[in-house]
Write a protein that binds this ligand. Structure first.
Ligand SMILES: *[C@@H]1O[C@H](CO)[C@@H](O)[C@H](O)[C@H]1NC(C)=O
Ligand SMILES: *[C@@H]1O[C@H](CO)[C@@H](O)[C@H](O)[C@H]1NC(C)=O
Ligand SMILES: *[C@@H]1O[C@H](CO)[C@@H](O)[C@H](O)[C@H]1NC(C)=O
Ligand SMILES: *[C@@H]1O[C@H](CO)[C@@H](O)[C@H](O)[C@H]1NC(C)=O
Ligand SMILES: *[C@@H]1O[C@H](CO)[C@@H](O)[C@H](O)[C@H]1NC(C)=O
Ligand SMILES: *[C@@H]1O[C@H](CO)[C@@H](O)[C@H](O)[C@H]1NC(C)=O
Ligand SMILES: *[C@@H]1O[C@H](CO)[C@@H](O)[C@H](O)[C@H]1NC(C)=O
Ligand SMILES: *[C@@H]1O[C@H](CO)[C@@H](O)[C@H](O)[C@H]1NC(C)=O
Length: 542
């Protein structure tokens, strides 16, 4: 299989350890545990902790509430143990912050327009409830052949081979090592960390539960993995299986699932969805045009295009979050990473976000569930992505939990932001396809990075008259950044901490549910491509 040309290009030492089926660009896969590695007859030699006994004292302390007690909130600044380094950028430039939805999450501070707000509960207020919407952690790429690896392989298959030198020399021996779809080791760590972080911050809310919590996720394996790693971090590895009910909602085409809304929304698929990548691809032609020329000089036998070079950028992100480091990252400049980030912004904006006709409709099912929880009113109508079998009873859809935790996907968080009218994200207007606008307000690395989390904090704060005239408020933090709620009717007044009176927020959301026509936006035939490129509210009425 290995062509003569390719062998000639390889130093002998590099060629030797590989079997004939492993060649540059080929796909390799781990085999662990090796076949026959387990034997039930060994079990008696390894009794478990209960059988062994002698556990020593096991008291747990009181539940912590650091979100209330600490003077300041922690700031997540790195993505240990990942390394993204390169000679092409300055030490202050962190390329991981420019990978859009492939960036590991970090605290975004004032990114949404409230620089003075802290995730800490404002002084004098008392936290009573949290609503957590949690994206899965870092994952392997989507199934299917990686097209850049396939391109290299095709030269081997057709007998021409390729030779790479200079910064691309590593390609001569590079193999594609990644899995597909499920969490990477770092992705598991992200969710475990966030589970234990949530316990440190919100643990005391457990004191208000009258039965075991119900936490929801969806059936896709990385979603189950994410929810479990979060729960293991939150309750403890040994305790989590018996500490809550794990509700797994079916994630499959045709099923209703507010956390996977495109499975019950025709217009969220096909041509209307592909507009996102259409705009992104147009921009990729612009920002990577010169890069293709620059990199082409280092490889013979393969014709690079803007699309294959953008896949090399994807590989930088995916390899880093999967195997800790990627040589592909060294190939690109700061400006090329900014371009890559913007392609992702365009994709989200037009495929799932404010610029998509089904953007608001996809988030509205979650808003209905949120309203049911906030008003403690059981739902009786199921006319969006909600599933009446699950949401119509208080066992699988309890209404009295101090902590709600729903695991979901990146695009769902983007759609929920539209459904909730987080209009600060659209302040800089529709996204142009030929340049990056100044002061861009729509940045996917802030909205939907790996392990992104949207947290609604419900709290009681003293009213201006002081106690006893206290009132209930709500605010939303996305990746630790407070979101201004000024686009929501009855919450228009700017509050530096992002607070809105709970009753007003509820009224605004009820109107939002009424104004988003799910049936039309998700199933209407008059919603078709091309739709205008100037939508900013996730809806399109022809
Ligand atoms: C072999 O494959 C490469 C990459 O797809 C292509 O550029 C080249 O033209 C092919 N050569 C032949 C002889 O088919
Ligand atoms: C609703 O959820 C139940 C329980 O998982 C499932 O059996 C049913 O098929 C779902 N219905 C729809 C329309 O998704
Ligand atoms: C996007 O690219 C297509 C194909 O190259 C082109 O026809 C179209 O005009 C471009 N659209 C924009 C908005 O630049
Ligand atoms: C699923 O959603 C559709 C709307 O898309 C709704 O008509 C149907 O009743 C829902 N099914 C359930 C079980 O809630
Ligand atoms: C569920 O609703 C029933 C009927 O309204 C009520 O009796 C019961 O206490 C509720 N259970 C929970 C867990 O809220
Ligand atoms: C961008 O923000 C800076 C700093 O806030 C401001 O000075 C500048 O006018 C803004 N530019 C545009 C085009 O809005
Ligand atoms: C949501 O935002 C849109 C556009 O910005 C506005 O027209 C609408 O009134 C808002 N709806 C609510 C309920 O706040
Ligand atoms: C958006 O574009 C359409 C035409 O494509 C135009 O009719 C409409 O007025 C525009 N809306 C805004 C707010 O610019």
């Amino acid at each position: 299989m290995v062509s003569a040309l390719l062998l000639a290009a390889l130093p002998l030492a590099a060629a030797l350890p590989y079997s004939a089926s492993i060649f540059a660009g080929s796909t390799t896969s781990a085999v662990f545990p090796p076949p026959g590695a387990t034997s039930a007859s060994y079990d008696e030699y390894f009794p478990d902790a209960v059988e062994v006994g002698f556990a020593g004292p096991t008291p747990t302390g009181a539940e912590p509430e650091a979100i209330q007690t600490a003077p300041a909130s922690p700031v997540k600044v790195d993505a240990y143990p990942l390394v993204a380094d390169g000679a092409m950028y300055s030490p202050s430039f962190n390329p991981m912050r420019y990978w859009g939805n492939l960036s590991p999450w970090f605290s975004v501070g004032g990114a949404f327009g409230l620089p003075e707000a802290s995730p800490q509960v404002p002084s004098g207020c008392e936290l009573t409830q949290v609503h957590i919407v949690q994206r899965h952690g870092a994952r392997y790429p989507t199934s299917g052949t990686n097209e850049f690896a396939a391109l290299l392989q095709s030269t081997v298959a057709n007998g021409t081979g390729f030779t790479a030198k200079g910064p691309l020399e590593f390609l001569n021996t590079w193999t594609y090592k990644l899995g597909a779809e499920i969490l990477t080791p770092f992705g598991r760590q992200q969710l475990y960390d966030l589970g234990s972080t949530s316990k440190v911050q919100y643990g005391h809310l457990l004191d208000g539960f009258t039965q075991l919590p119900v936490f929801r996720t969806t059936s896709e394996w990385r979603m189950v993995q994410s929810a479990r790693n979060w729960a293991a971090g939150f309750f403890g590895l040994e305790e989590y299986p018996t500490s809550y009910y794990e509700e797994i909602i079916i994630e499959e085409d045709g099923y209703n699932n507010t956390l996977v809304p495109w499975d019950d929304c025709n217009n969220a698929n096909g041509d209307l969805y592909s507009m996102g990548s259409w705009y992104a691809n147009n921009w990729t032609e612009v920002y990577l045009k010169n890069t293709v020329t620059r990199l082409q000089q280092y490889i013979d036998g393969v014709e690079l295009t803007t699309s294959s070079v953008s896949e090399m950028q994807d590989l930088c992100a995916y390899e880093t979050v999967s195997i800790g480091y990627s040589k592909f990252c060294e190939l690109f400049t700061e400006e090329e990473w900014r371009g890559y980030q913007y392609a992702n912004d365009l994709d989200f904006w037009y495929a799932d976000g404010p610029g998509n006709p089904a953007g608001a409709a996809q988030g509205i099912g979650y808003v209905q569930e949120l309203l049911a929880r906030l008003t403690q009113t059981i739902m009786t109508e199921f006319d969006t992505t909600t599933n009446g079998t699950l949401d119509g009873n208080n066992i699988t859809f309890p209404l009295n939990q101090p902590i709600y935790m729903d695991a979901t996907h990146d695009t769902t968080i983007a759609s929920i932001a539209v459904a909730m009218n987080f209009t600060s994200m659209v302040a800089s207007g529709p996204l142009p396809v030929d340049h990056i606008p100044d002061n861009l307000s729509y940045n996917t690395q802030h909205i939907a990075p790996f392990a992104a989390h949207l947290v609604g904090q419900v709290m009681t704060c003293p009213a201006s008259g002081g106690p006893p005239d206290s009132a209930k408020y709500i605010r939303w933090l996305l990746n630790d950044g407070a979101v201004p709620l000024t686009g929501i009717k009855y919450c228009e007044e700017l509050n530096k901490d992002g607070l809105c009176l709970l009753d007003n927020f509820i009224k605004g959301m009820q109107e939002r549910v009424a104004e988003v026509d799910f049936q039309h936006d998700c199933f209407g035939d008059d919603v078709e491509v091309p739709y205008p490129d100037n939508l900013t509210n996730g809806r399109y009425i022809r």
